[in-house]
Design a protein around this ligand. Structure first.
Ligand SMILES: [Zn+2]
Length: 410
């Protein structure tokens, strides 16, 4: 089984691309499986909080990550959530305790990496250099010695080549690659290097010893959406005005970067294809996003949406596998339903203490007959009952900088 987490994936962006056949790997999953919108936490919360809710099937109050609602808007502390705060088991912990081998790569709030029945590579792997300088690189993976093995697969932002960048830019436009000077380029390099790193590490783990349950998180779609939406959607830009040089530059950037966002989705679909190439056709695949996306808002309608205000309530869920009825349209699924559904698909008991439900309407009649959903009071063992304050990380400064580049911090 593969659970593929695509931060910020949105049906409104995907639909026209799917119709034109430009997301072939996701399209095949949709055709052969069940899909629909996935309602996020209401009110919307920051991505680390949502991904923890997805992994545990429990509310922030229950699972320990993001329990207190943010006051006064965006939380400024980028390092506010670390894995020592988790008070509930992730579905991969439940799977691991039942003897299934797991691999977790890049999932948010997994630093410090914790013991699993298999391998865990934290999302902080993207800050390997900072951890290495602080002599804490071994906290990035479980087992700790795995870090040295995956380190050569970590791509830095500087390692992203002109060739890799140029597919996102209209090279025939006036600005060409110069459109990537400043924040546009910083974010694109971060997105590409991050997604390449996660994909390469996941593939190396799959190839070393195929896990029973794999969980892979990629963030590039969200990052690209934050900076490129304005270039794709003219209604979100100020009209070009000769007396305002900023608007003229933006217009030129838009001519160069108008295709960057759809191209990023096409690129993400290629990564999906790379990962799927290691799974047999009988594997169960679950693709989900933590929230959807909207642009900075129509120009002139007030202050533009910034940072996480650009997130929308409805994300994406797609499931395909021997247990899934092909062509099912899902209605009313929420982020809380992912964990119980994944547990049921893996033949594991579902905790009655979970917030969501098993999406049984997606199951094939055959699967539902042969695999009745089993329930237990709780899958939490109490072993993770160690709610505490966030840990300080050697990458805190870099993480803050990244948040700033995406508009989360002003
Ligand atoms: Zn997100």
């Amino acid at each position: 089984m593969l659970v593929l987490a695509i931060d910020g994936a949105d049906w409104n962006v995907m639909r026209p691309l799917l119709e034109r056949g430009e997301l072939p790997n996701l399209s095949a999953l949709i055709e052969q499986g069940a899909s629909g919108p996935l309602r996020s936490l209401e009110p919307l919360r920051r991505s680390p909080v949502i991904w923890t809710a997805i992994a545990t099937g429990k509310s922030p109050e229950e699972n320990g990550v993001g329990g207190a609602p943010p006051e006064g808007g965006v939380t400024q502390d980028a390092s506010a959530y670390t894995s020592n705060m988790w008070a509930s088991s992730a579905f991969w912990d439940v799977a691991g305790r039942s003897g299934l081998r797991v691999a977790v790569v890049g999932w948010l709030v997994t630093w410090p990496a914790w013991e699993v029945n298999g391998a865990m590579v934290s999302d902080h792997i993207h800050h390997l250099d900072a951890y290495a300088r602080a002599a804490q690189a071994a906290t990035l993976t479980y087992p700790p010695e795995l870090c040295a093995q995956v380190a050569p697969l970590v791509r830095t932002t500087e390692s992203v080549t002109v060739e890799e960048l140029s597919r996102f830019v209209d090279m025939g436009s006036e600005l060409g690659l110069a459109s990537l000077e400043g924040n546009n380029g910083t974010v694109l390099r971060t997105a590409i290097s991050g997604d390449e790193t996660v994909a390469a590490i996941a593939l190396s783990l799959f190839d070393a010893e195929p896990p029973d349950v794999s969980c892979v998180y990629v963030r590039g779609v969200d990052e690209a959406s934050h900076v490129f939406w304005i270039h794709t959607d003219p209604a979100t830009r100020p009209p070009a005005d000769q007396s305002k040089p900023g608007t003229l530059l933006l217009e030129k950037q838009a001519r160069a970067l108008g295709k960057a966002l759809p191209e990023y989705y096409r690129y993400a679909d290629e990564i999906v294809g790379r990962l799927l190439s290691r799974f047999p056709p009988t594997a169960t695949i679950v693709v989900c996003s933590d929230h959807g996306f909207r642009g900075p808002g129509p120009w002139g309608s007030g202050r533009p949406f910034m940072g996480e205000e650009q997130h929308a309530l409805d994300g994406v869920i797609i499931m395909k596998g021997p247990g899934i009825a092909p062509g099912t349209t899902l209605c009313g699924a929420t982020v809380y339903d992912v964990a119980p559904t994944v547990l049921a698909l893996a033949g594991l008991p579902v905790g009655r203490d979970l917030e969501g439900r098993v999406l049984v309407e997606a199951f094939s009649r055959e699967f539902a007959r042969r695999h009745r959903v089993r329930y237990v009071d709780s899958n939490d063992t109490g072993a993770r009952e160690r709610r505490s304050a966030p840990a300080a990380s050697p990458a805190d400064e870099e993480i803050q900088e990244r948040m700033r580049s995406l508009g989360y911090i002003r």
